[in-house]
Design a protein around this ligand. Structure first.
Ligand SMILES: [Mn+2]
Length: 346
């Protein structure tokens, strides 16, 4: 059975610049938990996690951002479990040793501290990537029911251009034990019409994501998106058993695999899905467990590299997406960064 990992966009994004923003972040968390009909216990834990994380950002970095997103994993009984993922992103002083900072009471000026212990106790998973002098990205996950896990690790940041309500980018990823399909769409321009084009691409994924090879799926999207403004689209299918990733990309959109420090670009063809697509072609590349698949829109500059971030390649994909978003966002467009890796326990 395929398990949808992510099915749209970052749902809540709150800039944290002053004390009132901590309350705004907590409300955003409560709103999302309510929309998902989260049990009270899980919603309560989420509220504490959001509050502590936003407070930490404010106290230690002065400013930053809280992003919230629905995550889907496998529940203890085998069914689908939903979770809410928090990303707290800042460019502050960072921590020399995140593990030490997580011990309660081990708080000094300029480091995180008491708050981290609370976040660890209230969340089901906690990951931190911090570079001294360069800032911190913290990821905390709260499942709606205990015992859930991620079959593949998935990270996504997908947010609109500042000042826009609608996000013209969208992302989708799903996985079975051995296969995964990932898609991102960048609707032309930004705003509502761009979002409508990406929504049309998204709608095809649950039914066709695993049924059609990436190139055929791109052609199908081309037919369906003709009534929209059009989009740049990237579709990747990973076959872990065969050790292969198959990719079809159209337009200004980027994809690569990363393994052992080596980054391999996957080629996108010129064109606009829905407007002009002469042919759809797919390319294959080697895949092995532990590798990363990264898809991103042109809201992220192409000139990023993980080289300056020791240990980041091994970190949870959500931390990688968070760091890339923080440090390589162009700031002139909607942005989407999708990163997946096959989990060790899948
Ligand atoms: Mn764009």
């Amino acid at each position: 059975m395929e398990n949808v990992l992510t099915a749209s966009r970052t749902e809540e994004a709150v800039a944290v610049n002053e004390a009132a923003d901590v309350a705004a972040a907590r409300r955003a968390g409560a709103d999302l938990a309510r929309r998902l009909d989260f049990p009270l216990e899980a919603a309560g834990r989420l509220a504490l996690v959001v509050t502590e994380a936003a407070t930490n950002v404010l106290k230690h970095a002065g400013r930053g951002e809280i992003l919230l997103r629905t995550v889907r994993g496998r529940g203890a009984s085998g069914g689908i479990a939903r979770g809410i993922e928090l990303l707290a992103i800042d460019g502050g002083p960072g921590m020399a040793d995140a593990a030490t900072s997580m011990v309660d009471g081990n708080s000094t000026a300029g480091t995180y501290g008491v708050g981290l212990g609370a976040i660890r106790r209230q969340s089901d998973a906690l990951d931190i990537y911090s570079l001294p002098g360069h800032g911190t990205v913290l990821r905390a996950l709260v499942w709606e029911a205990p015992g859930a896990r991620e079959p593949w690790e998935c990270g996504l940041v997908c947010v609109p251009l500042a000042g826009e309500d609608s996000c013209g980018d969208a992302a989708w990823a799903a996985a079975s034990d051995d296969d995964a399909v990932a898609m991102i769409s960048d609707g032309l321009g930004h705003g509502e019409a761009a979002a409508a084009a990406s929504d049309a691409a998204l709608e095809l994924m649950p039914g066709l994501g695993f049924a059609l090879p990436p190139a055929d799926l791109a052609l199908r999207m081309h037919a369906v998106l003709q009534k929209t403004r059009g989009a740049a689209i990237a579709i990747a299918r990973v076959d872990a058993q065969a050790g292969m990733v198959t990719f079809a990309g159209v337009g200004n959109i980027a994809a690569c695999t990363i393994g052992g420090g080596e980054r391999r670009h996957l080629v996108s063809l010129n064109g606009i899905v829905g407007h002009n697509l002469r042919k759809a072609q797919q390319f294959e590349a080697a895949w092995r467990d532990g590798m990363l698949l990264v898809l991103h829109s042109d809201g992220l500059t192409n000139r990023w590299s993980l080289d300056a971030y020791p240990g980041l390649e091994q970190a949870h994909p959500a931390l990688i997406a968070g760091v890339l978003y923080r440090d390589f966002c162009r700031g002139r467009d909607d942005i989407s960064v999708l990163v997946i890796r096959r989990g060790a326990a899948s």
